[in-house]
Write a protein that binds this ligand. Sequence first.
Ligand SMILES: *Cc1c(COP(=O)(O)O)cnc(C)c1O
Length: 436
Amino acid sequence: MKTAKARTQKSKKTKKAASCDSFPGVKALFDQYVVPSYGRFEIAFARGSGSHLWDVNGNRYLDMGSGIAVCALGHAHPEIAETLRDQAMRLVHVSNLYYHEWQGRLAQKLVGHLSPGKVFFCNSGAEANEGLFKLARRFGHDEGRFEILTTFNSFHGRTLAGISATGQEKVKKGFEPMVAGFRHVPFNDLQAMRDAISPATVAIMIEGVQGEGGVTPAKPEYLLGLRQLCDERGLLLLMDGVQCGYFRTGRFQSYQRLLENVTGADTFVPDGVSMAKSIAGGFPMGAFWVRDRHADLLGPGQHASTFGGTPLACAVALKVLDVVERDRLADNARQLGGQIMDELKNLAQRYPNVLREVRGLGLMIGIELVDKQSIPAFAGETKSAAALFVARLQQAGVLTVPAGTQVVRLLPPLNLKPADAEEALSAIKRVVKSLA
Ligand SMILES: *Cc1c(COP(=O)(O)O)cnc(C)c1O
């Protein structure tokens, strides 16, 4: 609620033409000065706390998207804020011409969560994948192999190599020619992957759970089959864990969760894993891990990033790991995510004329809607069913993220509270009922 004082301040400021404490004021700045490369919802945020955000008009929202799986500990987490301040007072950046303890300690921790290997630090998911593409090219270079196979509906970032790797036409359109050496095959189809391998193929990259493509988990036998295929044909198996990784599914990486209790899976290790989004809880950072046998493929001068792995970013990422471990947030993702999923599956059974399917793992949940023509309130609208559903939820005070035209994603903070989950579920139920 706004205080009387806040209201008086506001009325004073409204004399200025583009007051930034109103949505039109903020939007006017974007319209004039920001490259319009995003389709944005009509909300401007002012602050956040935990799983909640407040817009410039003082409206409160439950954030079930956490900035697209980024704010793993929610907003304005006191320990993240404290670490940012303390590290900023000590050391922010020195460049990768030198050593510092935070990068080494973070790499050690990440290796501990994966398997023996080494880590390279960068600043985003696209860059993390780019590093893996370069690793693969180095790996195959002397044999003239360079081709990387990925899957349809994948998403690997927005750089030129990223859109070339991404198995979705919409991100490529208008930017041709693509970077050479990427081909796509259907996801979860081992035979298609086997058939696609050519003498030039050097690696396969997949997401353990496709995110942008609509929250589709890989089948355990697909993962095991890909590992075997890569071993037989001398290919690297690269996993894009930018969205589905970092404890979101209930384990550090999605393949660890997907392969739990699967026979023959205990020796499964990918050759490379990319990370970003949640890694520093909202502070920009990316990284890739590479398995020990390939860990020295990229030597001095062969790959670099000015900002990669600064003392500040690494200190924050170390704090995120501390909090995730201390507060058992992987277990929270697994349990609370499982409960939300069960409830949503029940809802889908009760309202098959609105919801087609609910999929996912842990706190990465996709709600697939039926075609918009089948939902009377949506038929005739120009926006996609997913965008329209997300907008309805926003009106009900809950933020979610569309994936394609049919799927709405829940990617809440990993420290989501049961009461927050209840709040989200009751809003979703209300919206679904209103559409039925
Ligand atoms: C978000 C995402 C990326 C790209 O990350 P950026 O930080 O936006 O470059 C790559 N892969 C997956 C699976 C993602 O979800």
